[in-house]
Design a protein around this ligand. Structure first.
Ligand code: ADP
Ligand code: ZN
Length: 607
């Protein structure tokens, strides 16, 4: 990779302040551009290293860097993490007393801070804008910039007003950052934030250390428990559910089965939510069971899995949620159960929503893309990256690569299904139609004389689970629609005609009985963490204990002190002096000064 001239200063900050030897991906170029006063729009996947893209230019430029972030609950941790590396940072938000914010405002005015984090509502107040106008500003960083998008899943109305920054501070560089990759949102960000002329940096969105798995839902909760017990015992993870009620039930179910799990959703009291989030961040091995209200900006690096018990509404949402796994680059799993009920439920939510027709069409298209990912016979990662406009090869690290699904010509089965729907006048739901196909003489079937239909029993050789899998795919393919207004009756769509006539074939994914996940299947070959010897492992464990103690004393999350990767490197290098410790990845000057002696002493005791 070519380095820009004048970037030596940036590199020096990277080494001495953050303790990292080299920039990742496009960091060097972005930092150079912004440090020289340019505007930038940065699209980088979660874990790509976006923070340094504005933190280093803020340190290199005169004045304070203003970071606009919607995540009030996380500002404290962000500021603490910066303090750990010796950067002068603070935040302004509604959790502070008037005295506290007045003190921070004074520091901003006097040029005593490198970075200040502000929530967008706060920024828009005339008091705050006047403060900034009276201060020297190094740059504006607009974090989670996709919040400006009305089509997106995290829309924050205040974000739209952020265009005033360009008008009121035309000379201050602005950098907008997001992990959302689709073109539509990207264009919207550029337009609404008046960043059309900004330099756009689009990174590869691949997260090679994440293994994608989508399994057929049988008993979702039980499958989840098996997955966690067999692959992730003792690991930190996130489980996403659609509803608040399901969040609570699932958290309780996991806890009853010996997995430390906490709930999180927007219906909980703020204090309880914040407390659960703090525990998740600070303690090891907690599973957060949550709605999508949880997770934006959570930069806990060692989340080992993200599980979805319900179907996400879009690929963007799925990718962002699963992206919270494995930010540290070590192997992680994105696991999901998916079944007929998910398709029906999501389609119904769109149909019944208050949105206007255009918006419903957008939502429908996004859901269809998500269903396409679930039903694909090809590599999941290729499918995902393709959705974001990036071409790639089979990855070897997703379920369809590792265990290729069998596809079959399902045309005849689909025709049987469609013609049964036709014969019952499109007035009955899926369960009833499957019973007819399987030739089951229920009271209801006899009452309606459906045992007289020519299709009664023509699918008897196929199990109920298999029929459900076929029905799910037929609905996902859009050949049948569910009429929520009349008892979830199945209706034929226009797309069904060519299949019924035999003019078009239907290629389906064969139903596979759910199998118990095996421990090995969660570990990713090719992304293996380097193994530690027995002695090194003992040192590593010792260092982790030290880290827990230190984090508790300082009241910060453990990863703010050092990442696992850094502790591993220390366990391997076994430094005997402060000098040896310098140069270990993740050990900057400030941390060396604060913790160097303790670590050298700790190792001396043991080696
Ligand atoms: P993002 O905001 O893009 O999700 P972060 O800025 O939180 O990502 O960075 C993810 C992790 O990678 C952090 O722990 C960060 O310290 C680390 N990181 C970022 N840049 C580098 C680098 N150049 N070298 C080593 N680690 C890095
Ligand atoms: Zn793959």
């Amino acid at each position: 990779m070519h380095q820009h001239s004048g970037n030596n200063q940036a590199l020096q900050v990277l080494e001495t302040v953050f303790g990292y030897p080299a920039f990742r991906g496009q960091q060097a170029e972005i930092i150079d551009h912004v440090a020289h006063g340019g505007d930038a729009l940065v699209l980088m996947p979660t874990g790509g290293g976006k923070s340094l893209c504005y933190q280093i230019p803020a340190l290199l430029r005169d004045g304070v860097g203003v970071v606009i972030s919607p995540l009030i609950a996380l500002m404290q941790d962000q500021v603490d993490a910066l303090a750990e590396v010796g950067v002068r940072a603070a935040f302004l938000n509604s959790t502070q007393t008037f005295e506290e914010s007045s003190r921070i405002e004074r520091q901003v005015r006097n040029g005593e801070l490198d970075l200040v984090y502000v929530a967008p509502e706060r920024l828009m107040t005339s008091r705050c804008l006047e403060l900034l106008q009276a201060s020297k500003i190094a740059l504006f960083a607009i974090d989670e910039a996709h919040c400006v998008s009305q089509w997106g899943h995290d829309f924050r109305p205040e974000y739209i007003k952020l265009s005033v920054l360009h008008e009121r501070f035309p000379q201050v560089p602005r950098i907008a950052l997001t992990a959302t990759a689709d073109q539509q949102t990207r264009d919207e960000i550029a337009e609404r934030l008046q960043l059309v002329d900004a330099h756009k940096y689009v990174s590869s969105f691949d997260r090679p250390n994440i293994r994608y798995q989508i399994v057929e839902k049988a008993n979702g909760r039980k499958q989840l428990l098996d997955f966690i017990q067999s692959t992730h015992s003792g690991d930190a993870g996130i489980v996403y559910c659609l509803s608040r009620k399901k969040v609570e039930e699932t958290a309780e179910f996991l806890s009853d089965n010996g997995i430390q799990s906490l709930p999180y959703h927007a219906g909980m009291k703020y204090e309880q939510r914040a407390a659960n989030q703090a525990r998740f961040l600070r303690e090891d091995g907690i599973v957060m069971t949550a709605t999508i209200a949880f997770g934006m900006g959570i930069d806990k690096p060692d989340v080992r899995f993200v599980a979805h018990l319900d179907l996400p509404k879009s690929i963007e949402g799925y990718y962002q949620e699963t992206g919270r796994a494995g930010r540290d680059g070590a192997p992680a799993n994105a696991w999901m159960t998916y079944g007929l009920q998910d398709v029906v439920q999501q389609r119904r939510m769109i149909a019944e929503s208050e949105a206007d027709e255009t918006f419903k069409r957008v939502l429908g298209a996004k859901l269809d893309a998500m269903l396409g990912l679930c039903e694909t016979l090809a590599c999941r990662r290729m499918h995902l990256l393709d959705y974001f406009g990036q071409s790639s090869e089979r990855c070897g690290n997703c379920d369809t690569c590792l265990n290729p699904p069998i596809s079959f010509d399902g045309t005849v089965a689909v025709q049987k299904l469609l013609s049964t729907v036709y014969r019952v006048d499109q007035r009955f739901a899926g369960g009833h139609v499957i019973e007819i196909l399987r030739g089951i003489e229920t009271d209801r079937i006899k009452q309606w004389r459906h045992d007289q239909l020519s299709t009664f029993g023509i699918g008897a050789e196929t199990s109920e689970a298999e029929w459900r899998a076929i029905l799910r795919q037929v609905i996902a393919l859009g050949l049948l629609a569910v009429d929520y207004e009349s008892y979830s009756a199945l209706k034929l769509t226009d797309a069904a005609r060519p299949v019924l006539r035999g003019a078009q074939k239907a290629q389906l994914r064969q139903y596979q009985k759910p199998v118990k996940p095996r421990r090995e299947s969660g570990k990713t070959k090719g992304y293996e963490e380097s193994t530690l010897s027995v002695a090194e492992q003992a040192l590593f464990d010792k260092l982790r204990w030290w880290r827990v103690e230190t984090a508790r004393k300082n009241n910060v999350p453990a990863y703010v002190i050092f990442h696992d990767a850094t502790l591993r490197d220390i366990a391997k290098a076994q430094p005997r002096s402060i000098g040896d410790l310098r140069g270990v990845t993740g050990v900057g000057e400030k941390k060396l000064e604060t913790y160097g002696e303790q670590i050298v002493a700790l190792l001396a005791e043991l080696v």
